[in-house]
Structures are given as C-alpha cells and as structure tokens.
Design a binder for this molecule. Structure first.
Ligand code: PLP
Length: 378
C-alpha cells in the first residue's frame, strides 16, 4: 500500500520504539554501541558518525517524502553540497550552475571547490539553449535551483534532466525553496535532491541541517560512503528537531502558500512596488513550468522597491516581518539580498539588483502581515 505525503512525513522511518513503545524516535545521544563479541553488532550500529538511530529515522523519512532510494542527513545544506560534489566529481570536472544560484552555493564553487580544481559555469537555467551551450565534454553535473533565490526564477526539471542525461551528466536539484511537499525532483528525472533542511523542512528557525536524497540505491551508497568518510553528519539532537519539523511540513507549506498569495496581491496593487517576483503570477516567465512541476508556488516572494535606498529603509521598518537572513520558518522574515544573503556575489555575474527586497512569508495571521508591509511601504 502506498501512502500519501503527510502519512510518510509522520510515519516513515518512525516506527514506535520496540522496547518502550515511545511514539517518537528518541534522541540517541551516544557516540558508540556495545558489541556482543568482536564484530557482533546488535542492531547494525557501531559508531555515530557512520550511523545513529535518530539520524536514520530522519534519513528514512526524507527518502520517503522525496521518493528516493536513500536519504542522508548532514550538519548543514552546504556540508551536504560539499559531500555531494566531492563524492561525484574529480578535479578537472565541470558543473553547470544557475546564474542566480544561492550565494553560499556560488561561494562553495568559486572560493572552495575551484581551488580543488572543480570548474563551473553559470547559465540561465530557464533558457534550455543556453544550458545546452554551457555543457562541456567534462560536465559531470547540471546543478538546478528552482525556484531560485532571490529572484524566483523557474527551471524545467524534466527538460533539464533529459538534457543532462543526453550529455552523460547527472541532474542535481536544490529543492530547498519548494520543499518536497511542493515539488518532487526525483520523479521528474533528477538524480539527487539537495536540501538545506534549515529552511522549510526544519521550519522553525531553530536548527541548521542539510540533506541529500538519491534516486538510485547505487548513487545513495556512494554518497553514504562519503558522508561517513568526510564526516559532516547531522547530530542526533539536530536530526530529532528536523524530523519534528518534517511532520508538519504539508500543513505549514499550505499556509505559507495561502499567505504568500495574499501578500503578492497586495504588493502588486501597491504604487511604491515596481515589480513582484512570484512564480504563481500568470505573467511570471516560468509560470507554466512552475504550474506543471509544483503543487503550489511557495512562500518566497521578492519585489523591487523604487530605489536601493528605499529597499534598505523599508527592510528596517517592518515589525511583524523580522529583518534577518534565512527563510522557511513559521515566522515572516524580510531582507535585502544585495547587502545580506547575496553580498558574496557582489561584482560577480550573479549580482542581484540593489532595489530588491526578499520576503519569506510566514504563517502568522495574514491581516497582520498585510498591515505590517503596508505600513512599512508608507
Ligand atoms: C540556505 C540554503 C542553502 C545552504 O544551506 P545551509 O543549511 O545554510 O548550509 C543552500 N541552498 C539554498 C537554496 C538555501 O536557501
């Protein structure tokens, strides 16, 4: 019997504890496990970098909700990305990256993995011909973010998967912005889904974490080998918090989407807003693709103010929207990407417009959110 998304999020990998009946997998705060004789493991666990039962519960739940063969939980999204790239690439290989990639992802390529010999080339992923032109004989991975951060660009996962596979490359999708509830990249042909579980999966702005979910068992085993060999694993307490967040992902995402739609309508009607970026808008260039591959359009919204000064000033004027980096938590956040989350891409081809404001629309009472933004816009 196959189960629906919410059932998997709440139960996959989370059978009641056989000893006590505890409904919630405990936090196994242990580094090692007693062996019954040399090499005689009681339960498959020997050392918590290799595996820990709390982390296993999260990993099985993540694999189930993404529809993959294997899930792996890391200390952060960037730790997951680093493990993936160094597991699957060798110095001299090339990766096509989005020309508006998450700033930290860009920094990992440009400042860390470039020193190790990994080549990368930014391409506008909404333009399939541009992606085809960016693929080289040594391209190992096409790296996709959709929707992108902070401009909410949309890439066609299914089309990019065929394109990558024809070129002998893998398709990797950073599914952080959509979350597995809104978008299932593996079902669309992607080989690996990447998450910063810090965002919607954790959902409460109280834990940093990352995940990889592989479509095939072979790829999952290769990544698991590197997870253990490189060591940037999620600790049991972090895994437990992330798993608690995952259980309510579906209901939270629906409210994030409801609230974002109302915020978008308000911003569109506001005279001081020059442009609103949201894939749910019919005029958004990626709307059709988004409607095809996403359940709904998400909780992230960005918009252009009259000027950079105005954008910076209004970020400091909201009271319910908290000025801060990150996204995907129950509380609404506002930020200026150019000077905050995306400061690391200033001067690069990935630089973002100065008049851009990014919102992570939370699940507070919608009237309070609308009143707060209206007041701040003046
Ligand atoms: C936050 C984020 C990351 C990095 O994740 P961390 O948990 O902060 O290391 C990667 N991709 C996207 C799209 C993000 O928003």
């Amino acid at each position: 019997m196959t189960h629906g998304f919410e059932t998997l999020a709440i139960h996959a990998g989370q059978e009641p504890d056989p000893h006590t009946g505890a409904v919630v997998p405990p936090i196994y705060a242990t580094s090692t496990y007693k062996q019954d004789g040399v090499g005689g493991l009681r339960s498959g666990y020997e050392y918590s970098r290799s595996a820990n039962p709390t982390r296993t519960a999260l990993e099985e739940a993540l694999a189930a909700v993404e529809g993959g063969a294997r899930g792996l939980a890391f200390a952060s999204g960037l730790a997951a990305e680093d493990a993936l790239l160094r597991a699957l690439c060798r110095p001299g290989d090339h990766v096509v990256i989005p020309n508006d990639a998450y700033g930290g992802t860009y920094r990992l390529f440009a400042k860390v993995l470039a020193n190790w010999g990994l080549e990368y080339g930014p391409a506008p992923l909404g333009d399939l011909n541009a992606v085809r032109a960016a693929i080289r004989p040594n391209t190992k991975i096409v790296w996709v973010e959709t929707p992108t951060n902070p401009l909410l660009g949309i890439a066609d996962i299914e089309a990019l998967a065929s394109l990558a596979h024809e070129a002998g490359a893998l398709l990797v999708v950073d599914n952080t912005f959509a979350s597995p509830y809104l978008q299932q990249p593996l079902a669309l042909g992607a080989d690996v889904a990447v998450h910063s579980t810090t965002k919607y999966v954790g959902g409460h702005s109280d834990v940093i974490g990352g995940a990889l979910v592989a479509r095939s068992a072979a790829l999952g085993d290769q990544l698991a080998y590197h997870q253990n060999a490189m060591g940037a694993v999620a600790g049991p307490f972090d895994a437990w918090l992330t798993l608690r967040g995952l259980k309510t992902l579906g209901v939270r995402m629906d409210r994030h989407c409801d609230n974002a739609e109302r915020v978008v309508a308000m911003l569109q009607a506001h005279p001081k807003v020059t442009e609103v970026h949201y894939p749910g808008l019919p005029e958004h260039p990626g709307h059709e693709v988004a409607a095809k591959q996403m359940r709904r359009f998400g909780g992230m919204v960005s918009f252009r103010a009259a000027s950079e000064e105005e954008a910076v000033a209004l970020c400091a004027r909201t009271k319910v929207f908290t000025l801060g980096e990150s996204l995907g938590g129950v509380e609404s956040l506002i930020e200026h990407p150019g000077r905050m989350t995306h400061a690391s891409v200033a001067g690069s081809p990935l630089e973002v417009p100065g008049d851009l404001v990014r919102l992570s629309v939370g699940i507070e009472t919608i009237d309070d959110l609308l009143a707060d933004l209206t007041e701040a816009l003046g």
